[in-house]
Design a protein around this ligand. Structure first.
Ligand SMILES: O=C[C@H](O)COP(=O)(O)O
Length: 269
């Protein structure tokens, strides 16, 4: 996913081939609702209510949850939030059921003596339905590689968590996120044309390497400086099926604007 602003970055195709990595950054999301008829065309995305660990306090998250609970959100957009582990329970207890919860990471296998780690089983126990794997920050800062991420994703999927990442035996519960690293947290968003080109290339990769059906159905979401002002133009693009939102997700009303940019998808369709 690395590239300079203005240049297209093709997300880890070699990784995709081996395990499947897509990439996300920090926090997460919204997605199309499962009952929305056919396919990825119903918008979906991802939003993070608090960044990777460093964002959020009990008070700030209470405020954000209150904003989300009172926001008017498009019916046919799935909305998922990914708070840091320590706030998941608080969010689960206070957030409306219409919004699902994701973790930002999980262990590679069954729980046990792995100090400091959180298992997929524990996430399910606390009410999570989603987990993010393969975020560029986990790769670049923590040093996770495709193989390790693949193990995590495979185990999470085996426990029926939905995954934003790889090592996929069934694509039903997968969402792929494309985030050019130069766009993450920088205010330099990819142009709709740049993002569309990469999303189309990812979809084409799926078509050639997995199947036409998977290519058609899999949601590919964009992340990197998405905000209330640029989301509408991005949402109009054919292969952009949602967003992975970081900074703008910390402001509930702005996040609602991003969720509701799904209407642009309907207009464009
Ligand atoms: O996880 C979030 C993404 O990495 C995007 O972050 P951002 O919207 O602050 O650029």
């Amino acid at each position: 996913m690395a590239s300079a602003p203005g240049k297209l970055a093709y997300p880890q195709f070699s990784g995709l081939r081996r395990t499947c990595a897509c990439v996300s950054n920090t926090h997460p999301l919204f997605l199309r609702r499962a009952d929305a008829a056919a396919s990825r065309r119903s918008f979906g995305g991802i939003f993070a209510m608090a960044g990777t660990g460093k964002n959020g306090t009990k008070d700030s998250i209470s405020k954000l949850v209150a904003d989300l609970n009172s926001a008017t959100l498009e019916n046919d957009v799935d909305v998922v939030v990914a708070p840091p582990f320590i706030y998941i329970d608080q969010v689960k207890r206070s957030l409306v059921d219409r919004i699902e919860i994701s973790a930002q990471n999980s262990w590679i296998g069954k729980g046990g003596a792995f100090t400091g780690e959180i298992s997929a089983e524990q996430l399910i126990d606390i009410g999570c339905k989603w987990v993010i794997h393969g975020h560029s920050e986990r790769r670049h800062i923590i040093g996770e590689d495709d193989q390790f991420i693949g193990k995590k994703a495979a185990y999470a999927l085996s426990q029926n968590l939905k995954v934003i990442a790889y090592n996929v035996s069934s694509w039903t519960n997968i969402v792929i996120a494309y985030e050019p690293v130069w766009a993450i947290g920088t205010g330099k968003v990819a142009t709709p044309e740049q993002a569309q080109e990469v999303h189309a290339a990812v979809r084409d990769w799926l078509k050639k390497n997995v199947s036409a059906e998977v290519a058609s159905e899999t949601r590919i979401i964009y992340g990197g400086s998405v905000n209330g002002s640029n989301c509408a133009d991005l949402a109009k693009k054919e292969d952009i099926d949602g967003f992975l939102v970081g900074g703008a997700s910390l402001k509930g009303p702005e996040f609602a604007v991003i969720v509701n940019s799904a209407t642009e998808k309907k207009v464009a369709a």
